[in-house]
Design a protein around this ligand. Structure first.
Ligand code: SF4
Length: 405
């Protein structure tokens, strides 16, 4: 794995912030030292930081902000990992522990189809059969030997029966597993979350999580790049990382994109505290911290990267994200709750439209695979081509007549 020693040059910490921002707006590639300076910007420097990020976003993305109309299919909530902030994963003996049957999967997908959804987001625990006999028994009963094989079959089923484009988010994967999923997914996702290996230590957020080793996550996305799979990734902020580690994570993603070219979107997600998690006494990132991090992400990642922040995790201030440099709201479901943050309902799509318009932007629906990647044949599987062509306009986003508010 690449070391990040070079990232600890802090010689620019004393730089006037306007000098760093001017270089960023000029299109100069920032250094980690620049990033460390920006992430430590004061409250009084925040408006200038956000303005520069907005200018960069406008240059790359114009005034269009996108979202994906999706259904959320939580295929299994059993998981081999034990993240300190997770309420999604359940112990095998928990009354809510469940692996969905094909009929249950199809029922959710059909509900989404009826509501005009285009994306089936499969989100699930990572390789639970490695740890839990219950998961192995569930898979045996369903006729599969691995969660990945069952997932591939369900992606295929949903696409054949409903035309929803599958986008699987299922943790780290081997090359063979990526090849299996590649044929049945229009795009895929894996949050880097953090480049910090320190978070794997006892007492930290990722203790007991073999799948959260950052090197493995980078390797999965790098292999996906070789296989022509468009990937969504991102960082989760406020889980115990230092501000410098947060910046290092953004640079790791920028480097990954420079090497592999398959990172279609970067999510900036804020940790939210819940009463039933290991990290229940942990402090949440403040709204200002979130705005600062979004702006720094835009300035590091440049004008062309798609930058997203979830609106349902900051219902009072999410409109402000538009002034910090985002150009996407992520997947929004008119049908299913957010199973990862079930207490945080998504805004209605009509509300999102209004909020976005009030800020001076046009909201448009996109597919799970971004327009930039639709334009590159190596990223589009043959089986999806006709379906995708029937949904998008010449810009590669969903035709207005296919869109419902
Ligand atoms: S956050 Fe994901 S990987 Fe971590 S325990 Fe929950 S389901 Fe598993």
């Amino acid at each position: 794995m690449k070391t990040f020693a070079a990232f600890h040059d802090r010689s620019t910490l004393d730089l006037p912030i306007h000098e760093v921002l001017a270089r960023a707006v000029e299109g100069e590639s920032l250094t980690p030292g620049d990033g460390y300076r920006l992430i430590r910007s004061s409250a009084s420097e925040l408006p200038a930081l956000m303005l520069a990020a907005s200018q960069l976003r406008d240059r790359g993305k114009g005034q269009t902000v996108t979202y994906s109309r999706k259904v959320f299919i939580p295929l299994t909530n059993l998981c081999r990992d034990k993240c300190g902030y997770c309420t999604f994963a359940k112990a095998p003996n928990h009354p809510e522990a469940h692996t969905m049957t094909p009929d249950e999967v199809l029922a959710v997908a059909r509900a989404g189809q009826a509501q005009g959804c285009k994306e089936a987001l499969f989100s699930l625990g990572e390789k639970p059969e490695e740890l839990h006999a219950r998961a192995r028994a569930d898979l045996r009963r369903l006729g599969y030997s691995s969660t990945v094989s069952y997932l591939a079959a369900m992606c295929d089923l949903v696409y054949r029966e409903t035309g929803l484009l599958p986008h699987a988010n299922c943790g780290v994967l081997t090359r063979d597993e990526l090849i299996e999923l590649r044929e049945v997914n229009a795009s895929m996702g894996l949050m880097l979350e953090s480049i910090s290996e320190r978070l794997l230590q006892r007492g930290q957020a990722h203790y007991g999580c073999p799948g959260k080793a950052p090197a493995l996550r980078l390797e999965t996305m790098e292999t996906a790049g070789e296989l022509g799979i468009a990937f969504t990734t991102g960082i989760l902020i406020g889980i115990g990382e230092t501000l410098e580690e947060r910046v290092d994570s953004l640079f790791a993603i920028r480097d990954l994109q420079a090497r592999c070219g398959n990172i279609q979107e970067v999510i900036i997600q804020n940790f939210r505290v819940k009463f039933d998690i290991r990290m229940r006494d942990h402090r949440e990132p403040s709204p200002l911290d979130m705005l600062r991090t979004i702006a720094v992400a835009r300035l590091i990642l440049g004008p062309d990267q798609n930058v997203q922040a979830p609106p349902n995790l900051a219902p009072d201030i999410y409109q402000m994200y538009l002034f910090a440099g985002i150009n996407d709201w992520g997947g929004i479901s008119p049908v299913t709750k957010d199973h990862i943050n079930p207490e945080r309902a998504w805004p209605m799509i009509q509300e999102l439209y209004t909020v976005t318009a009030e800020a001076g932007f046009a909201l448009r629906e996109r597919l799970c695979i971004y327009a930039e990647y639709l334009a590159r044949p190596e990223f589009v599987r043959d089986r999806f081509r006709d379906r995708i062509a029937s949904l998008v306009d010449e810009q590669g986003i969903v035709r207005q007549e296919e869109t419902r508010w």
